[in-house]
Design a protein around this ligand. Structure first.
Ligand SMILES: C[S@@+](CC[C@H](N)C(=O)[O-])C[C@H]1O[C@@H](n2cnc3c(N)ncnc32)[C@H](O)[C@@H]1O
Length: 266
């Protein structure tokens, strides 16, 4: 019942809900509340880096955060001190982001925005779409101009891997082809990078660089590089995120991510 109420309080267009975006938003919030201490260092590092990038901006009219979510990794108060306008964009806007907008009404705004530009069209054909045709929706989608207008700093806050993956998992065609979510993820990520490349200001992309499984004895069991599949080079910065300590994901290993930061322009 509590989860149902939380879900209602997430502002998310019906077509994005249908594609699993509100559910994913809640899943992140729930995991954070279970493993808060494990995430703390990653969230602090992320917030510090965003403020470092903010300090580099010669003009501070607007900062745009894409995939702002609950703003766990976003230093909203610090950005509101530095920028005239802080735009928190996400397809699912929850109570945490809205609370920031209420606290700084003149400076902080929340916007429901689909960074992939594909979701409304995808939802319309969700039940008929073939697995072969789905990735093209992301490749040819147009997210349009940045919500609120061009920004001095654009931060893509750990959402790039989800843009095609989450809706991909919700498509009935996945039953015929299990590679569909990953193919969607690659297509959407490349389109997002192209869109970021067309922006003029300083851009900071925060994304998963690698996935590690670490055993109970602390030994590395498996390491999988993640960023190369999106055509990304080595990150400019890198740190660890204890994403799912035992038993969150498995009772045999801790799931750890290496998070990367890529800095463009400015
Ligand atoms: C891993 S979370 C990022 C965490 C967030 N920065 C925070 O600190 O809470 C990814 C975010 O990307 C958002 N997202 C996923 N697909 C999106 C899309 N197509 N457009 C905009 N946001 C999207 C999700 O709703 C989620 O809030």
């Amino acid at each position: 019942m509590r989860d149902l109420i939380r879900s209602w309080r997430v502002n998310c267009p019906p077509w994005a809900r249908q594609l699993g975006l509100a559910r994913e938003h809640l899943a992140i919030a729930q995991r954070h509340s279970r493993v808060r201490a494990a995430w703390a260092s990653h969230l602090e590092t992320s917030q510090r880096l965003i403020l470092e990038m903010a300090a580099r901006c010669p003009s501070r009219e607007r900062v745009l955060i894409i995939g702002a979510g609950d703003c766990l990794d976003v230093p909203v108060a610090g950005l509101a001190e530095l920028f005239t306008r802080v735009t928190l964009a996400d397809i699912a806007v929850g109570t945490e982001a809205r609370r920031w907008a209420q606290q700084f009404p003149a400076r902080v705004e929340c916007v429901n925005w689909d960074a992939s530009g594909a979701l409304a069209a995808l939802a319309k054909v969700r039940d008929q779409l073939s697995a072969a045709d789905a990735p093209a929706f992301f490749t040819h989608a147009n997210p349009g101009p940045p919500p609120g207008g061009e920004a001095d700093l654009v931060v893509s806050a750990n959402c790039i891997s989800q843009l095609g993956l989450v809706p991909g998992h919700s498509l009935p065609a996945k039953a015929q082809d299990s590679t569909l979510p990953e193919r969607g993820a690659r297509a959407a990520a490349r389109r997002h990078l192209e869109w970021l490349g067309a922006r003029a200001g300083l851009r900071l992309l925060i994304a998963d660089a690698a996935r590690l499984d670490i055993g109970l004895d602390g030994k590395l069991m498996k390491r999988e590089t993640l960023h190369e599949r999106f055509g990304l080079p080595r990150p400019d910065r890198q740190w660890r995120w204890d994403l799912a300590p035992i038993p969150e994901w498995s009772d045999k290993f801790h799931r750890v991510h290496e998070v990367g930061a890529w800095i463009y322009g400015g």
